[in-house]
Design a protein around this ligand. Sequence first.
Ligand code: HEC
Length: 211
Amino acid sequence: MRMKIGAAQKIVSGALAAGLMALLAASWTRGQAADKPLTPAELEKRNALANPYPNDLGPTRIDGVVAAYPDNIRDGYKALLVKCAQCHTSARPLNSQFVELEGKTPADKEAAVAKLRKDHPEYFTASARPALWNIDAHIWSRYVHRMMSKPGCSISSVDGKKIWEFLVYDGVHRKIGANAAAWKARREKLLSEFKAKYPMRYQELVSQGEL
Ligand code: HEC
């Protein structure tokens, strides 16, 4: 009697599992077949993921480094982890070659770039720029605004400003100066991994002047 119940249970649970699989398969095909047009936000995300960058192959968090940053800058990092990971991962901004210099006014920032160019010409050579470092007075401001204006992007101007402040501070402290050699090694590794994994896209980015 016991054996029979056990066998019956097996049959029932087997049938249940098969039924569940069939249900899953059916809903999957339905999902695939449904030709619902993508929203502008979904299209933007698909576009972001279909066109990878070397940045994407790096870490999605840098908690250890950010732990030593000032409180207000850490807030910007936390906002970035959520807000800038909607269409691509947070790796894309965090491993970017972009560096915007600090300065109270646009003119201060431009003067800082001119000074850096004189003091550290190695950041601006043909082999370094723009693949390892792309240093500019306003580059993060431009990109944060560009991302914020994309369809489906829900970043408030308060968050956008915090994120921008983090990106400026982080670039200056983690990519140049005392950490320049470590940054260069990191970027070179990302670039060679990317070139091996996506040779066509690599060539495309080079021909577009992005790398
Ligand atoms: C609505 C979708 C979306 C959101 C949100 C978004 N991005 Fe992007 N991001 C894209 C797309 C699409 C690209 C591909 C290049 C382009 O269209 O500019 C991209 C590319 C980038 C790049 C690579 C640019 C390059 O040329 O090297 C960086 C850096 C970047 N995003 C940073 C950010 C930051 C910082 C945030 C948050 C403030 C953010 N993104 C939020 C869609 C998004």
